[in-house]
Design a protein around this ligand. Structure first.
Ligand code: HEC
Length: 265
């Protein structure tokens, strides 16, 4: 055999084996994946619909998958160390990322899937079960530091509008303490100097209303607490369409919850 033939056959073998291994065999394995249907129970999984489906696009467009995965690893992976310093596996299940590992069937309606590669933040495959509170998610997206002071997640304040209340407060308005706000125009925890100015302007009226002595140290503390924990009455922060859709999507993420026969370990 001349050298050209060897190179040709070598290249053919390399490409055809990777095509077989990476495309054809997985295709054969996965093409018959169907939702799990049991009598008297809803099928699983079901395709995303409506607001949740729109929210997937928002998730994609805002790069959430650069920091968040949606894949719960099997109990054989993910190290952690127990109280005796012993190395154990199954960190994802231990962190309650899901009841079980995720398997291909969990993703049959996800196109594209949002598997992600980096675990900078927690896995979100099952966040709709782990934290089903829409107000929590809105407040967290508005300012992740409101949930965990150490959070490095960026603020997604552009999913929210702040506006003056005209007439009655909107049902969708978030209930925020005043320290939870982020952008200029939103209020934040005042500096000592700012607080002095606020006290000078509004302190006496507030104190009279609340029956607090504004001159005493205790009274000053009570006034600050009141200021920080009471939403501004004449302003409201409301999620826009993207914010609503994104939270609907997060709440619809319920993978690794319904038991599947192939997801044993
Ligand atoms: C730069 C990395 C980064 C990006 C981008 C990011 N996050 Fe996060 N996220 C984190 C980190 C770190 C945490 C853990 C701290 C916290 O709770 O804020 C987190 C926490 C979360 C949590 C709470 C999870 C739990 O288990 O409590 C949710 C929900 C979430 N992120 C959703 C999103 C969504 C939706 C987006 C896109 C709009 C996004 N994140 C973008 C880093 C990121």
């Amino acid at each position: 055999m001349d050298r050209g033939m060897v190179i040709f056959l070598g290249a053919l073998l390399t490409f055809s084996s990777s095509w077989l291994g990476l495309i054809l065999f997985p295709f054969w394995q996965l093409r018959d994946e169907k939702p799990l249907t049991k009598d008297g129970e809803d099928p699983y999984p079901v395709p995303l619909q409506g607001l949740a489906l729109a929210g997937k696009t928002v998730y994609q467009n805002n790069g959430c998958m650069y920091c968040h995965t949606q894949q719960v690893r099997s109990e054989r992976f993910g190290n952690w160390w127990d109280a005796n310093g012993e190395q154990r596996t199954g960190a994802d299940i231990r962190r309650s990322y899901g009841q079980r590992r995720t398997v291909s069937r969990d993703y049959i309606y996800d196109n594209p899937t949002m598997l992600g590669t980096m675990r900078t933040g927690p896995d979100l495959a099952n966040i709709g079960v782990r934290n089903p509170s829409a107000p929590w998610h809105h407040t967290h997206l508005l300012n992740p530091r409101s949930a965990n002071a150490w959070s490095i997640m960026p603020s997604f304040a552009f999913f929210y509008t702040r506006e003056k209340v005209v007439g009655t407060r909107s049902d969708k308005a978030l209930s925020l303490g005043r320290e939870w706000t982020v952008n200029p125009g939103y209020r934040w925890k005042p500096s000592a100097k700012e607080w002095d100015a606020i006290l000078a302007a509004q302190g006496p009226a507030l104190a009279a209303q609340k029956g607090i002595d504004p001159a005493s140290a205790e009274g000053k503390k009570q006034l600050l607490d009141y200021w920080l924990t009471t939403p501004e009455e004449d302003y409201q922060v409301i999620p826009n369409a993207d914010g609503d859709a994104l939270v609907a999507y997060l709440l619809a993420l319920r993978k690794a919850e319904v038991p599947l026969p192939e997801a044993k370990e």
